[in-house]
Design a protein around this ligand. Structure first.
Ligand code: NDP
Length: 240
């Protein structure tokens, strides 16, 4: 039977590419999204992949949704924690709400989803968890103390959970994309983006597929000896 993959924030951008790539590889894929019903419906129509709405920052909602997903489709073998947001601002202007929204959506979400699947993975002695970090969690970024803290936290979370899962057939890895051409990056002012592209040695933004192919590798059986690692996928922008 095909393994089941749940991809949070799977209906757009990098998440969509991860969903379609995993589907092409034969996995049964379920996408999650946060609130954009129109984009989610278009995604399902385009890809044939079901999209389930829940807020990854809400512990109870995540727990309830994953229980239902497992009842409807079967146990989640592969979890890709991809949902993420930005709420940029320099520290002296950042509100608590901006800080908290990013920490809850980008970091606490990983606890919420992993907590909901980890016992099942342990009992079946198989699991693949991929947490989507960021180059800005590795290197820091002006105007992003919230985002950099959350993404940096993901890298520590990944290593600790990798240690816990290693004896139980569960691998836990992070990826750290550089700048990728999605809605999130299209929101960056054009002149700022032009400067950023100049700092990328390969001379272009990443494509969602660049990220998705790495995720497909890490969730495969052939990657069973890779755990606790962070794979940088950034066109050489930051060598960590
Ligand atoms: P997009 O903004 O294109 O898509 C974000 C996705 O996350 C959407 O499906 C959105 O759902 C979902 N989402 C947002 N908030 C929630 C929530 N509270 N609960 C559930 N789902 C939610 O993002 P990208 O594809 O650009 O980024 C994907 C990941 O990659 C993020 O974690 C991001 O931080 C990371 N990343 C991105 C980079 C880039 O350059 N693009 C670089 C490095 C890392 P909805 O449509 O309903 O809002």
């Amino acid at each position: 039977m095909a393994r089941i993959a749940l991809v949070t924030g799977g209906t757009r951008g990098i998440g969509e590419a991860i969903c379609t790539t995993l589907k092409e590889k034969g996995y049964t894929v379920i996408a999650n999204y946060g609130g954009n019903d129109v984009k989610a419906a278009e995604f399902t129509q385009r890809t044939g992949i079901p999209a389930v709405k829940f807020d990854v920052s809400d512990f109870d909602a995540v727990s309830e949704a994953i229980t239902k997903i497992e009842a409807d489709y079967g146990p989640v073998d592969i979890l890709v924690n991809n949902a993420g947001i930005t709420r940029d601002g320099t520290m002296h202007r950042m509100s608590f709400e901006q800080w908290d929204a990013v920490i809850q959506t980008n970091l606490a979400s990983c606890f919420n989803t992993c907590r909901a699947v980890i016992e099942g993975m342990r009992s079946r002695e198989f699991g693949r968890i991929i947490n989507v970090g960021s180059v800005n969690g590795q290197a820091g970024q002006y105007g992003q103390v919230n985002y950099a803290a959350a993404k940096s936290g993901i890298h520590g979370f990944t290593k600790a959970l990798a240690l816990e899962g290693a004896g139980k057939g569960i691998t836990v890895n992070a990826i750290a994309p550089g700048y990728v051409d999605t809605d999130m990056v299209r929101a960056v002012p054009a002149e700022v983006l032009a400067k950023i592209i100049k700092t990328i040695p390969v001379g272009r933004l990443g494509k969602p597929e660049d990220i998705a192919n790495s995720v497909a590798f890490l969730v495969g059986d052939e990657a069973g000896f890779i755990t606790g690692s962070t794979l940088s996928i950034n066109g050489g922008q930051h060598m960590y």
